[in-house]
Design a protein around this ligand. Structure first.
Ligand code: G3P
Ligand code: CA
Length: 374
């Protein structure tokens, strides 16, 4: 569809009722595997928020390092500024990942809001213009676990999505391989409600970067459902439905729809998702849950059910530190910040049949994939 028509269609889609997910029996044929993105038949290592195990997350430095470590895709989460520019942050409240709390000139911007039903106090991207946000600097989210990353506190700006796409292009040229972008829209219903819809600028940015084709090295992902249904009507790039292992999509909650992520994760739910999405990004516990004692359990039917619906499976999030590992893969007696048997955890997931994984440590992901493929 021509770009102008796409924008018109998307805007129109945002003001009409979107058919509810799982509203009826699956009728449309799921997309053929070969019709998806260029990496569809390869096992993917996705640099989660960049190489966020080694640099403050969602900075150009984190994305660049992820690509240089061998990540196939880099993963920007996006939110909006007051002037409608998409920037890379995991959430719109930015006190945990920038130095905003130390800036006296922005002290009066501190406020309390309810985002997706959760009351938060802090500073929010939608209350800053891009120019104002540019004066801030990124800091490490997990200084207790990743003390070494604090070395880089204060060095990097909050990047725009445009800049991430430019970096992707430069690195693809230099490294002589396509570096993909795996873009997540954060809180889309909330941003719709404050007239800062994320989807229009996202489509525009992808179009301008020439990343609007079915074969473009792009995935667009969301924990919500309605925005993916909208995007399915107006973009060709592959879409991924994210799933938590608790709660429900914020758009369904806002609409009074009782369905939860647990409903979406059933074979029936996955078959319905296969009508509009090309993959699913489940919490890794949906693929292999932990036992009551915290050790890694046995795989569920999730991967088989998703593959039956022609959906790729890219679980999140794999991290090297003991803090985040199953109890039986932690190194006893060592610190939560020390590395445990992260490769063994990832091998269990490759063996369970996943098609890729989100990891804060892309170099470890590359190693585990090599071991699995050998
Ligand atoms: O998008 C996959 C994974 O990143 C989802 O979790 O909270 O890190 O965005 P989150
Ligand atoms: Ca994400």
């Amino acid at each position: 569809m021509p770009r102008a028509h796409r924008r018109t269609a998307l805007l129109a889609a945002s003001v009409v009722a979107v058919p509810l997910l799982l509203a009826g029996p699956a009728t449309a044929a799921p997309p053929e595997r070969e019709d998806r993105g260029p990496e569809a038949d390869e096992l993917l290592v996705i640099g989660h928020r960049g190489a966020s195990g080694y640099r403050p997350e969602h900075t150009l430095a984190a994305y660049e390092l992820a690509a240089r470590m061998g990540a196939d895709y880099i993963e920007p989460d996006v939110v909006s500024t007051a002037d409608g520019v998409l920037v890379a942050r995991h959430e719109n409240e930015i006190s945990g990942t920038t130095d905003v709390a130390e800036r006296p000139e922005f002290a009066d911007r501190r406020t309390t809001k309810v985002i997706d039903g959760v009351e938060l106090t802090g500073w929010f991207t939608e209350d800053f213009t891009l120019a104002e946000l540019r004066t801030l600097r990124a800091v490490e989210r997990l200084p207790g676990i990743r003390e070494e990353n604090t070395l880089y506190d204060g060095l990097y700006e909050v990047p725009t999505l445009d800049e991430v796409l430019e970096l992707r292009e430069e690195l693809s040229r230099e490294l002589r391989r396509d570096i993909g972008v795996y873009i997540e829209t954060k809180h889309p219903t909330y941003f719709d409600g404050i007239d800062l819809s994320l989807e229009e600028p996202l489509v525009e940015d992808l179009d301008e970067a020439g990343l609007d084709r079915r074969s473009s090295p792009v995935f667009v992902q969301s924990f919500e459902t309605a925005n993916l249904l909208e995007l399915d009507e107006v973009v060709d790039v592959p879409l991924v439905q994210l799933m938590s292992n608790t709660g429900a999509p914020a758009d369904l909650v806002a609409a009074g729809d009782p369905r939860t992520y647990a409903d979406l994760a059933t074979a029936e739910g996955l078959a319905e998702i296969g009508e509009y999405a090309d993959g699913v990004g489940p919490d890794k516990n949906l693929v292999i849950p932990r036992e009551d004692d915290g050790t890694l359990g046995e795989p569920t039917s999730f991967v088989a059910d998703a593959h039956a619906a022609d959906l790729l499976v890219h679980p999140y999030t794999f991290r090297n530190e003991n803090e985040f590992l199953p109890a039986d893969l932690r190194d006893p007696g060592e610190e939560p910040s020390d590395y445990g048997q992260a490769i063994d955890e990832q091998l269990a997931y490759w063996e369970a049949g996943v098609d890729g994984l989100f990891t804060d440590n892309p170099d470890t992901g590359v190693v585990s994939r090599e071991l699995f493929e050998d």
